[in-house]
Ligand binder design. Structure first.
Ligand SMILES: [Zn+2]
Length: 58
């Protein structure tokens, strides 16, 4: 693999797991030490984030 994508997501407060905007589930132990919130490189995450910014609710 050529590097890994940085995903953006929300961390669940009950399990510590991260659910990314593109639908991945990252276990809490893998979340540690990675810059999940510093801006996604994952295309799918980017798109979702853009939509959130633009629209809000709809
Ligand atoms: Zn992603």
């Amino acid at each position: 693999m050529s590097g890994y994508e940085i995903h953006s997501g929300q961390r669940s407060w009950w399990s510590g797991d991260l659910t990314t905007l593109c639908g991945l589930r990252i276990p809490s132990r893998d979340v540690k030490g990675k810059a999940w919130f510093s801006g996604p490189t994952c295309p799918a995450c980017k798109r979702v984030k853009k939509q959130q910014k633009k629209g809000g609710r709809r």
